[in-house]
Ligand binder design. Structure first.
Ligand code: ADP
Ligand code: MG
Length: 308
């Protein structure tokens, strides 16, 4: 079943200039993106910084205004809804942010942080609320006494768990995870990722997983879309993209992944040189005269590539 269908999404931000602060131009942060998420799957959006991944994720929860296009959640178009009209859907779609240091209010206790989304929707007695919060703390591996503490009393990995617990209290169907481990120490990244996978099983969650690290995306995602300058350049099953990339940008992104083994490193340098030459000689096959990617075209039932 299709849970989310994003169709030709555009998010353009005005750039103002001059004395009168008139709109002089637009940043086309997202410029014609389409993809679908099936219920229960993890779909990754991957690309370099500034390619429009976060703007796409935020548009789905209306943290950004949508310039045009459709965002169909269980068949209902959210794109045209006002912030008020979207409120009932906030229950179903939650977001986990990148930075566990700034995304939790430092002045609030963990009880209030985790209970906040709940309070927006349902009235519980303080005792019921405390029990719900402690159950979720337990699910994310934190002690029940944590409810009395403040964010600064926890490590980065623990804070991200608090953010995750907070996103789960309303039993959402879709979670948008925007670089959820990028700000964490490498040593705790895998732990948090595995834990997100366990929660997916337990709560039957669908994830839109945003990241710049192709290794992480491949590990987490059934399918992925590769973004470049506000457009998707390639989409397919994660292994398919990783092992058989077709777009020159995807190939270069994969070749840029650092390697620890010296022998591989030498090979990679050669590969990158080859790809740079291929990029120059085949540019017009992959980008129009404005440097924009073409629309995606299917090359198999699961694999789409932006090619002339
Ligand atoms: N609120 C905003 N106003 C103006 N420009 C923005 C805004 N948010 C993002 N952008 C711009 O949109 C582009 C895409 O940003 P973003 O979606 O954050 O990329 P990513 O998450 O892939 O790093 C960037 O050029 C960024 O500067
Ligand atoms: Mg981002």
């Amino acid at each position: 079943m299709t849970l989310l269908k994003v169709d030709n999404l555009k998010v353009h931000f005005p750039i103002r200039g001059g004395f009168f602060r008139r709109v002089v131009d637009h940043v086309k942060a997202v410029d014609g993106v389409s993809f679908e998420l099936q219920q229960g799957e993890t779909y990754g959006l991957v690309g370099e910084s500034g390619s429009g991944k976060s703007t796409t994720g935020k548009a789905v929860v209306k943290l950004n205004d949508v310039t045009s296009g459709q965002i169909l959640f269980e068949g209902r178009d959210l794109a045209g809804l006002s912030r008020k009209e979207i409120k009932p859907f906030r229950k179903d779609i939650q977001m986990i942010f990148q930075d566990p240091y700034s995304s939790l209010n430092p002045k609030k206790r963990v009880l209030d942080i985790i209970a906040e989304p709940l309070r927006n929707f349902e009235r519980q007695s303080p005792a019921e609320e405390k029990k719900i919060v402690q159950d979720f703390l337990d699910k994310v591996g934190l002690s029940p006494e944590s409810i009395h503490k403040y964010p600064h009393e926890f490590s980065g990995g623990q804070r991200q768990r608090i953010g995750i617990a907070r996103s789960l209290t309303l039993k959402p169907k879709l979670i948008i995870a925007d670089e959820p481990v990028s700000a964490l120490d490498v040593s705790v990244q895998a732990q948090v990722l595995n834990f997100l996978q366990d929660l997916q099983q337990e709560f039957n969650l669908t994830y839109l997983f945003v990241g710049h690290d192709l290794g992480v995306i491949r590990h987490m995602c059934d399918r992925m879309g590769v973004m470049y300058r506000g457009r998707l350049v390639e989409e397919g099953k994660s292994d398919e993209i990783y092992e058989n990339p077709q777009h020159i940008y995807t190939k270069r992104l994969i070749a840029a992944i650092p390697d620890l083994e010296p022998e591989v490193r030498g090979e990679k340098v050669k590969l990158r040189k080859k790809l740079t030459a291929e990029y120059e000689s085949s540019y017009s096959k992959f980008f129009d005269e404005d440097g924009r990617a073409y629309d995606l075209k299917p090359i198999s039932s699961t694999h789409r590539v932006a090619i002339l």
